[in-house]
Design a protein around this ligand. Structure first.
Ligand code: NAP
Length: 229
């Protein structure tokens, strides 16, 4: 009884014939054949390695906490997928996640997930929207000329409340329930950053500030790390 077979290579129409495999050398001229990996595969291998490292680091931090050397431990720049990795590994969740948070970078989904998991948000680069922020040579960020277009909103609100724009931005973080950690080398500005209790941004202005979210942080010139694998 004849068996149903696929057409032989010799008789198959040319469109069925297998293309010759790309060799490692052909795909990456000059590279050693054994070292070549497809970009897709090396991306997932890198991601798996990165997760392994994160898991080991997090387990070590939990161990430090268990030993009594730290009352609480946390993470920084963790996106939802990073936090879900911890949950999937059955490890205790962090007490805090330090991320870029300011009216330009509000991360509402991540914040909601953190709240669900009992993870406290700590805001860095709260002052990133200031036009004077990281403008000195050597201070890099992902800020562009375009990212300055809301400055008028902050200055108008600061005038309304009789504060500086920096105070307005820090007060926004506090009213959102975040820990804020402004950095300053200037004593007058340090004092300003501590004097946030004398005013409150009203609900209408909080709604206006809510509308300024651009969906990503600018502190890192390479992109907001919460989105990285
Ligand atoms: N986990 C992370 O990936 C990460 C990333 C970035 C930052 N951080 C941490 O977050 C903290 C703050 O971060 P940051 O430096 O990015 O941002 P920041 O505190 O939002 O901004 C600091 C800059 O704002 C200026 N400034 C401070 N107070 C001011 C005021 N009242 N008026 C006008 N300008 C004022 C400072 O200049 P003067 O010194 O002249 O006052 C400095 O140039 C640091 O402790 C940093 O280590 C963490």
């Amino acid at each position: 009884m004849p068996r149903a077979t696929s057409p032989s290579r010799r008789t198959a129409p040319s469109r069925w014939r297998r293309r010759p495999r790309r060799t490692a050398r052909a795909a990456a001229p000059g590279a050693a054949a054994s070292r070549w990996r497809s970009p897709r595969r090396s991306r997932s291998t890198r991601a798996a390695k990165a997760w392994k490292a994160r898991q080991a680091q997090w387990a070590a931090l939990l161990e430090i906490q268990r030993s009594g050397k730290a009352p609480a431990v946390g993470v920084s720049n963790y996106g939802r997928h990073h936090l879900e990795e911890i949950a999937a590994a059955g490890l205790e969740m962090p007490a805090v996640n330090q991320i870029e948070l300011n009216p330009w970078s509000q991360k509402p989904d991540l914040i909601a997930h953190m709240r669900d998991q009992g993870i406290f948000p700590m805001a860095y680069s709260s002052l990133a929207p200031l036009s004077t922020w990281r403008v000195e040579p050597g201070q890099d960020s992902a800020k562009t000329a375009d990212t300055k277009r809301d400055d008028a909103v902050f200055s108008a609100m600061a005038t309304k409340y009789g504060t500086t724009e920096a105070q307005l931005l820090l007060r926004w973080g506090i009213q959102k329930g975040y820990a804020v950690l402004p950095k300053s080398l200037n004593v007058a500005q340090m004092q300003q950053n501590l004097a946030l209790a004398g005013f409150a941004i009203d609900a209408g202005d909080m709604a206006v500030l809510e509308g300024l979210d651009r969906g990503f942080g600018v502190a890192w010139s390479v992109g907001d790390p919460v989105g990285m694998k």
